[in-house]
Design a protein. Sequence first.
Length: 202
Amino acid sequence: MTTDAEIRDILTTVKTIAVVGWSPKPDRPSHGVAAYLKRQGYRVIPVNPGQAGEQALGETVVERSGVLNLGVEGMMVIGALGGFVVAVETGSPVLGFIGGAVAGAALSLIFALLTQVFLANQVATGLALTLFGLGVSSLGGQGYNGIKPPPTGQLLPDALADLPVVGPIVFGHDWMVYFSILMTAVLWWVLTATRVGLIIRA
C-alpha cells in the first residue's frame, strides 16, 4: 500500500499527472481533484475513453490536437539521418535541412495515415514507428561513421562574434540557430493569433 510519504514524494517530484476516470461534471470527485492539481501548477492529463476528444480544464485531452504521438523520436532520428545523408552527398547544408524535413515528414505521414485513416491505435503505432526509426537510422548511418557534414557557416560578421561576452552568445551562431528562433516565434503567433491555431487548440 502506498504510504503518505511516498505520495508526498511523488507530488513534489512529478509535474505531469494523469487523472484516470476524470469526469467533466463539476460535482464528481475526480473533476475536483483534477481542478485542484491544475491550480497547483501540475499538468493534468484527463483519462476517460468516454470523453475522448473533449476539452478538460483548458487543455485538450492528451495533446492540443487530440492526437497522442509517441513516434516523435523515430521521426526526429529519421529526419536527422535524411538531413545528414543529403548534406554529405550534395555538399549543401541547405539541401540537407530540406532532406531532413522531408524524411521526418514522410514518417509523420505514415503515422497520420495509420492513425487517422485506418484508425490504428495511436500508442502502439507511435511506439512502433519510434522503434522503426531507431532501427533504420542505426542501419542507414553505418556507412557515414566518422564523416563530417558540410559546415553551415556564420550569418553575421566575425567582428560581432568577437565582441566580449555578448558576441559569442548572441552573434556567434550559424543561420540555422536564428532561423529556429524565428520559426518558434512564428509558431507561437500561428497558435495564438490565427484561425488555424484556433482550430488546432479547439
